[in-house]
Design a protein around this ligand. Structure first.
Ligand code: SAM
Length: 292
């Protein structure tokens, strides 16, 4: 075992030894590119004091690189078949804990308390299972008081939506919800050839960090998220129309919506994708104040 897990030679040997077939339904695409693996660790700025949570260790390629640099790594893996494999491949590392659980069903704050201590925050690093990228990201946002930063691989298309600017095709509710809470950037792109088997889509590594909150904040974060989704419900309709979709169509409601949008200087045919993140916050708060 001189070769690292994330080399193509070693990965092929492990897959053969355990007669493993990548499960498409679980988004299993194994990274076989040591350079990419190291760049992920560098992008996450992992140091020896760091507590790391990984999602979907697979056969342990990224887990190994994290364990070499971090204080401790806790990894959630849903696939029972991979547990004996991980036990073997990561045998030499004493700072790894594998939890055999669906990450979406895990109680993350509780796991962090138990594994790292009650006042620790963690860095999340992962090559995500693509079929649940968005629910995982939303889940992490909801637990963000225990998370210092997030560096994850995902479909390039989702990465572009998360980082999109107003008046672009990719700009939507995901962009607004994410960027309202966090700084988010695409760190680098990864070719399909870096995986076994290669996925159908291109991939990107994104880095999500704490945003210094200066301007006004949503009166209620959950309601803000629902509001933004409602504003983008029918992309080709006007913002005014979408707001009626959220609040209703009675004469009084229409009147109130009109007043709010006029106060903000928005034209009647303004489209949702034209608004900045700050404007969505203001619009949401003003609607609330107006009793909508
Ligand atoms: N980390 C490995 C790598 O980079 O080569 C594997 C990444 S693979 C893209 C995604 C991994 O997530 C797979 O190991 C898969 O079994 C696991 N997975 C899928 N759904 C999951 C879930 N709901 N909870 C935890 N792990 C999951």
């Amino acid at each position: 075992d001189f070769l690292e897990i994330g080399t193509e030679t070693r990965t092929m040997a492990i897959l053969n030894q355990y007669r493993l077939f990548a499960k498409k339904g679980l988004g299993q695409n194994f990274l076989v590119d040591i350079d990419v693996l190291r760049r992920i660790v560098t992008t996450a700025e992992i140091t020896e004091d760091d507590s790391v949570v990984e999602i979907g260790p697979g056969i342990g390629a990224l887990t190994e690189q994290l364990a070499k640099n971090a204080s401790k790594v806790v990894a959630f893996e849903i696939d029972d078949n991979l547990l004996p494999v991980l036990y073997d491949t990561l045998h030499d590392y004493s700072n790894i804990k594998i939890i055999n659980q669906d990450v979406l069903k895990a109680n993350l704050p509780q796991v962090i308390d138990e594994e790292f201590g009650t006042n620790k925050s963690v860095k999340v690093v992962a090559n995500l299972p693509y079929y649940i990228t968005t629910p995982i990201i939303m889940d992490l946002l909801h637990n963000d008081d225990r998370i210092e930063s997030i560096v994850v691989m995902m479909q390039k298309e989702v990465a572009e939506r998360l980082t999109a600017k107003p008046s672009t095709k990719a700009y939507g509710s995901l962009s607004v919800i994410m960027q309202q809470q966090k700084n988010v950037d695409i760190a680098f792109l990864v070719s399909k050839d870096s995986f076994i088997p290669s996925p159908k889509v291109d991939s990107a590594i994104i880095k999500i960090t704490t945003k210094e909150q200066t301007g006004s904040q949503p009166f209620d974060l959950k309601k803000f998220q629902g509001f933004v989704r409602g504003c983008f419900m029918h992309r080709r309709k006007s913002l005014y129309n979408n707001l009626q979709g959220i609040f209703g169509k009675t004469a009084e409601i229409k009147e109130n919506i009109k007043e709010v949008t006029t106060e903000m200087g928005l034209s009647d045919n303004a489209r949702p994708e034209e608004l900045t993140v700050e404007e969505f916050v203001e619009l949401c708060n003003r609607c609330n104040t107006k009793g909508l």
